[in-house]
Design a protein. Structure first.
Lengths: 96, 392
């Protein structure tokens, strides 16, 4: 979540509450909302990238080996990747 | 030289918008504002004003376009009334906190039901808290002058807030009055091109109107409130500059025969002219009655109002809006709060009159002044009284 101490007051807030830095949403780590995580079975994965295509948070990145892995700082655990995977290689497991 | 012409007030307002060199006008026609929008559309179609007229599908869209236009850095104008203004409601709160200057002339009209196209102030009072600067015109000349003033204030980089100029529907909008339309040269001197503090620009991307999480929402709203309060100085300065160039002086609270007045009536908009006639008549009869005309409604001119009204014994505040179930009318409520527990403050009585186009005559003003004087001696049971209602 956002660091409350770092947030400005009414005198220092940006004009009209604008956000002046483009693309700064990457700083907003939304992964802690997650109640379950995707786990990949590499034996089943064909590296098709459908998980990467469908991920609504663009949390998936391709590794050097060619597999796709979700970045847990942004993955909200929605399960769309598991639902779309043509090989059922992704399983959603509850976060402890 | 500026020329004085006989002209319908709506047409004169459109001419003022042309003189102000508005650049984008998204608008939807509604009675009694229609002539303003129609004439502007003609002016642009005839090539007399280099502006984009956007004939939107609703007032909701009109105000949305206004936000986009102001964010892009264009001088933006629109106009509405009554039900149309209500349809804008969702958007009206947005440009103010986002600090987007937009000028809107509002031809005030009652709200349904029953359906009424006639004049009162219920439409704008519903939108009291949208955080726009709001002024009220008393006659056609003021409608023109306040429109020019609105662009000057709204677009001032220290203010950068949207602004409503209220003109009474029909009573002003459809009257033909002698109005002095200023020269283009003078208007250009008063109103430099719009230079926004920031604008939408693909070369320098920013986000306007983002989510305000609980950690920043309060701060964003307080920043807006403080900006609206701080706009007071600029509003006054712009009126002074207006007087220097055009020779007509405006004040947030206008006084009429208030010297030694024990009873002061408080009005907004065009009924003030009838009220002045009534005050003259009562003065001739030896009654110590004066008139306060509220020109600036938001930010409320607390300092000026207290200073001027404190010498009165009684204030008869006239609201042209009946908020069902409320303590009293919105203007009455405001002025009661202003004087609450102030030592030596005048007693405040609230009258509701002139709803849905009902005329407020000289006799009605006399009735209100007399009642205010009587109520100062014997407190009435109710906190407001509807004037001229048939009790049968």
């Amino acid at each position: 979540m956002a660091n409350v101490d770092a947030i400005v007051g009414w005198k220092t807030i940006t004009f009209g509450c604008d956000i002046l830095e483009p693309g700064n949403s990457v700083k907003f780590r939304t992964g802690d909302w997650r109640s379950q995580r995707p786990v990949l079975d590499k034996d089943k994965c064909i590296k098709c990238g459908m998980c990467w295509v469908y991920c609504p948070d663009m949390a998936y990145v391709q590794t050097e080996e060619g597999y796709f892995e979700a970045n847990m700082e942004y993955c909200k655990g929605c399960g769309i990747c598991a639902h779309e995977c043509p090989k059922d290689a992704i399983t959603m497991v509850p976060e402890e | 030289m500026a020329k004085r012409v006989g002209i319908e007030v709506s047409i004169a307002v459109s001419e003022a918008v042309k003189l102000a060199r508005a650049e984008v006008i998204p608008a939807y026609p509604i009675t009694p504002q229609t002539h303003i929008v129609e004439h502007l559309s003609e002016i642009i179609a005839n090539g007399d004003l280099d502006a984009e007229f956007i004939p939107v599908e609703s007032e909701h869209a009109a105000m949305s376009c206004c936000c986009g236009s102001a964010a892009a850095g264009a001088r933006t104008f629109t106009s509405s009334s009554s039900q149309g203004l209500s349809l804008m409601s969702e958007i009206l709160y947005i440009p103010s906190t986002m600090r987007l200057p937009i000028v809107m002339v509002l031809a005030n009209r009652a709200l349904s039901a029953p359906i009424s196209i006639w004049n009162d102030h219920q439409d704008v009072m519903v939108q009291r808290d949208i955080g726009w600067i709001q002024t009220f015109a008393e006659n056609g000349q003021e409608a023109v002058d306040l429109t020019l003033h609105a662009f000057r204030v709204a677009e001032d980089r220290r203010v950068s807030l949207p602004m409503i100029v209220n003109i009474d529907g029909f009573t002003l909008s459809h009257m033909i009055e002698p109005i002095e339309l200023p020269d283009q040269e003078e208007v250009d001197k008063y109103l430099p091109p719009f230079k926004p503090r920031r604008r939408l620009d693909p070369r320098k991307p920013i986000t306007m109107g983002p989510v305000g999480i609980p950690e920043v929402y309060t701060e964003a709203k307080v920043a807006h409130d403080q900006a609206l309060k701080a706009s007071r100085k600029i509003i006054l300065k712009a009126w002074q500059e207006f007087a220097d160039i055009f020779g007509r002086q405006y004040n947030p609270v206008e006084e009429y025969r208030t010297e030694d007045a024990e009873i002061m009536l408080v009005t907004m908009g065009s009924i003030s002219e009838t009220a002045m006639t009534a005050v003259d008549k009562m003065r001739d009869e030896g009654k110590k009655v004066g008139l306060l005309k509220l020109r600036l409604w938001r930010p409320f001119p607390s300092l000026e109002f207290r200073r001027i009204a404190k010498s009165a014994k009684v204030l008869g505040v006239i609201d042209r809006c009946l908020p069902p179930g409320a303590v009293c009318g919105p203007v009455g409520e405001e002025i009661r709060s202003l004087f609450y527990k102030v030592p030596g403050a005048p007693k405040v009585f609230n009258f509701i009159a002139g709803l849905g186009g009902r005329d407020v005559t000289v006799e009605r003003f006399e009735e209100m002044a007399d009642k205010a004087a009587a109520y100062a001696k014997k407190r009435p049971k109710e906190l407001y009284e509807v004037i001229g209602v048939r009790e049968k």
